[in-house]
Design a protein around this ligand. Structure first.
Ligand code: PSV
Ligand code: MN
Length: 410
């Protein structure tokens, strides 16, 4: 049987820069979401998972465990008010003691009764004020916890034609975000997420990447677009969107997950791993390309997971997502971009396509094992999670919460 050493030697002989790829794999940073560690469900039911995190402290514990087992998840995103605490400094220290830090701060302007007709686009200026006040408070929280990311998603939209005036709503949105933008410290970025449906079904105020980037451009250079993989219509070419946003220097970050039908929030790479590989291929092309703006943009992307687990535990699916992201990235690192460019220039349609398939079909696991060796983490994080008995330990310590209906984090 070929050893990892043989496999890496073979890769080097084929022209891959193995040490550079291993280094890149050790440097990837993926943020996990606090809300992915708690019980969540569909609007039909929440099935409580024994050992699921009950508080933000336990969510940080779980994020720290994921980081300990993978070596590439140094931060955890928080959602306000779900994760609100009285003493933010205590949370910062608590996280640091466990080897992680607080990442993106996600405001919540979609759950209060006041937001029935929207938040920053609501027809009533009092409701808009309330939403802006919460967003500004989240900028303050981000400053306090040492985060430089404010990550925004709005449920704003309408259900019926004529319900509200579309352009007026857009002006309300821009005005509100301009107010928030003015409070950002220079080091902080505002990430603007889009989604074309749900909970509104006639129109969504920020429906796609074009609308989000137009708003970002109006606001200024600290505003960028966040691409959630679940927020597109069936068949949308997401890697093309990624390429366009890189070219405009406005790709701020990702919410990784996977979908088959709607915003399914399934394990990353579980439905369409080739799409994930192609997304990383676009990013790496920009990073190593000749356009300095696209290269700089690629270098500051915030990679975050946004998924919820309804029937399958919490930590294990998060680990699988991280492993799948790492694997897609590893394969994208193996693309022979020089030969690809030559074949593209020559109009060699399938010859160019073959370059991508060659990388995609390469077994990248020896590379990943080498990277994990350097990171001093288990060669197989999922296996380690099972062998070390974490699920049983947490189930015993935390027990199961009462069943109920609800939304992630509710
Ligand atoms: C909305 O579907 C979303 O993707 C946004 O990012 C939210 O912040 C997140 O889910 C959690 O509800
Ligand atoms: Mn999201």
């Amino acid at each position: 049987m070929a050893t990892d050493r043989d496999a890496l030697k073979a890769l080097a002989e084929q022209g891959s820069d193995v040490p550079a790829a291993v280094t890149a794999l050790t440097r990837l940073a993926i943020e996990t979401p606090s809300w992915g560690y708690g019980n969540s469900g569909t609007r039909f039911a929440v099935f409580p998972w024994p050992g699921a995190a009950r508080t933000v402290w336990e969510k940080v514990d779980d994020a720290a465990l994921v980081h300990r087992l993978t070596g590439i998840c140094p931060s955890v995103a928080i959602h306000i008010p779900w994760d609100r605490v009285d003493d933010w400094q205590r949370l910062v220290v608590y996280a640091a003691e466990r080897g992680v830090r607080i990442g993106a701060v996600n405001p919540n302007v979609f759950q209060d009764d006041a937001y029935r007709l929207g938040s920053v686009c609501h027809p009533d200026p009092m409701v808009r004020r309330r939403a802006v006040a919460h967003l500004v408070e989240c900028v303050q929280i981000a400053k306090t916890v040492g985060s430089n990311l404010l990550s925004l998603w709005f449920a704003d939209g309408t259900n019926y034609a004529g319900q509200d005036d579309l352009r007026t709503r857009r002006r309300r949105l821009v005005d509100a975000l301009a107010e928030v933008y003015a409070t950002l410290p220079p080091s902080m970025r505002m990430l603007i997420e889009y989604k074309f449906f749900e909970p509104a079904f006639y129109h969504t105020d920020l429906a796609d990447w074009g609308m989000a980037s137009a708003v970002a451009v109006r606001l200024g250079p600290q505003a960028e677009v966040l691409v959630d993989l679940g927020h597109h219509a069936q068949g949308t070419n997401i890697e093309h969107i990624v390429a366009c946003l890189l070219d405009e220097g406005r790709l701020g970050g990702f919410h990784f997950n996977n979908r088959r039908y709607a915003d399914d929030d399934l394990i990353v790479g579980s439905v369409n791993p080739f799409e994930l590989f192609m997304i990383f291929h676009e990013i790496l092309s920009a990073e190593g390309g000749t356009d300095p703006r696209a290269a700089a943009c690629a270098g500051r992307i915030a990679y975050m997971i946004d998924q919820s687990h309804n029937v399958e535990g919490k930590i294990e699916p998060m680990l699988l997502s991280v492993v799948n992201i790492h694997a897609a990235y590893a394969k994208a690192l193996l693309v022979d971009r020089r030969t690809l460019a030559a074949r593209q220039a020559a109009g060699d349609v399938l010859g160019a396509h073959q370059i991508l398939l060659d990388a995609y079909h390469t077994d990248a696991r020896p590379l990943l094992r080498r990277a994990r060796e350097q990171l001093r983490v288990p060669a197989d994080p999922l296996d380690a999670f099972r062998r070390e008995g974490h699920a049983e330990r947490l189930a015993k310590a935390r027990g199961a919460q009462a069943a109920g209906a609800g939304y992630p984090g509710a």
